[in-house]
Unconditional design. Structure first.
Length: 409
């Protein structure tokens, strides 16, 4: 069996210990390369990055989930966009919940067994994939509402709104099922391995003998295509179409919606393009494309030219290892901005949050400061006005391209 990094999402640091045997010839390590400084950088950087992403992601996405979940159902029902955003918040919450395990695996021994190792891998993959695919679904929903306004108007009546919400629920279910299918390699290859030098146990992927390079390249290609290129292309098409539609209007709210759209697309690619570009570069370097790969590195006794090539190869390994750590942390931070981009900049969400807080305060005063324990929160939610099914649906019909409807989800 060959051990490898936590593919394709998180960098595993065990290969920096300097394993050097025939079975690991294609892994990103070599006894001739001193990567101890890189190991320390990765360990410190990833722990700090994971901690920040975990705290901010939990706070922001939990607030979004609470506001959307506590909407009363008596005077209306959630829209398709509400369902997408709620599932997105849930996926991000589960994703950031795995980061402490990932950080612990990078800095200490894995002591939780093989079953939990595979589960952490699977949950990590499931929710990161689900999060990115749901972003594409939100783009399609907005494209449909803005560019194809006639269809959106049909969804303005009560029956149409219910049908649209049902379609959103089915789309969410398909996203979760598809993302679950992407976790198959985690269950197949997830294993607890032991570093022969340090004796430390690691939770990582262990591929069949002689097939590590092929499996690694295949899984990275799968991740690149299904979790970046495909959803990114969908988002780019949908939001570019929306920008063209809204840019024809001189209404201030619509022009503001264009800026919101540009921000959504720019942030997605700014946070995920660097990581995927580095993954491609690292994969090509491992395969020896454009230069000697790890399996082709000169051995002891080689001439001066070969030694210089080996030095360049080690420098490339160190550069790619650091770049993977930095860009991975940047990509993970995207889930912290999702609540800001898809909720807090939306007028409708801010109104919902304001009404909820206002009624919670009013209920607390009316109950003599009883708070949640005294039933104040329950009464507040009961009296908390819905988004206003009639008013809200009229808003979709009469102002489907307004900024408050477009940017609020």
């Amino acid at each position: 069996m060959e051990s490898d990094d936590l593919e394709p999402f998180n960098v595993n640091l065990s290969w920096l210990a300097g394993l050097d045997d025939e079975e690991n010839a294609t892994a990103p390590h070599d006894a001739g390369c001193d990567l101890s400084a890189t190991w320390l950088f990765q360990r410190n950087f990833l722990v700090a990055a994971y901690s920040a992403v975990c705290l901010l992601g939990l706070a922001g996405n939990a607030l979004v989930a609470v506001v959307l979940t506590l909407q009363p159902r008596s005077r209306g029902q959630p829209t398709a966009a509400d369902r997408f955003l709620l599932n997105l918040a849930a996926a991000d919450l589960l994703f950031v919940a795995t980061l402490p395990f990932v950080a612990a695996n990078a800095t200490a021994r894995w002591r939780l067994g093989t079953a939990l190792c595979r589960a952490v891998h699977a949950v990590h993959t499931l929710n990161l994939s689900c999060s990115i695919l749901l972003l594409a679904c939100i783009g399609v929903d907005r494209y449909r509402a803005i560019v194809h306004a006639t269809t959106a108007r049909r969804d303005g009546n009560r029956a149409g709104a219910a049908a649209a919400a049902a379609r959103g629920s089915r789309a969410c279910a398909l996203v979760w099922l598809f993302s679950l299918a992407l976790t198959a390699p985690d269950f197949a290859f997830g294993a607890v391995t032991t570093d022969p030098l340090s004796g430390a146990s690691r939770c990582e992927h262990a591929y069949p003998e002689g097939q590590a390079a092929a499996w690694r390249a295949a899984l990275r290609a799968k991740h690149l295509l299904l979790a970046f290129v495909a959803p990114g292309a969908v988002m780019l098409f949908c939001y570019c179409s929306i920008i063209r539609r809204l840019s024809r209007s001189q209404v201030h709210e619509r022009r503001k919606a264009v800026r919101v759209t540009v921000a959504i697309v720019a942030v997605f690619f700014a946070f995920w393009l660097p990581y995927n570009a580095v993954v491609v570069a690292d994969t090509l370097a491992r395969l020896g494309v454009g230069g000697p790969g790890a399996e082709q590195r000169p051995q002891d006794g080689a001439d001066a030219g070969s030694e210089a090539a080996a030095a360049r190869s080690c420098a490339l390994e160190e550069t790619l290892a650091r770049a993977l750590a930095v860009t991975e942390g940047l990509g993970f931070a995207h889930c912290c901005l999702i609540p800001v981009l898809y909720a807090f900049i939306g007028e409708k969400f801010k109104r919902r949050l304001g009404r909820l807080l206002k009624h919670l305060r009013s209920s607390r005063k009316a109950s003599g400061g009883g708070g949640v324990g005294g039933g104040g929160a329950v009464h507040a939610i009961a009296r908390y006005p819905a988004s206003g099914s009639a008013h809200y649906q009229r808003g979709r019909v009469t102002s489907v391209t307004s900024e408050s409807e477009f940017s609020s989800c």
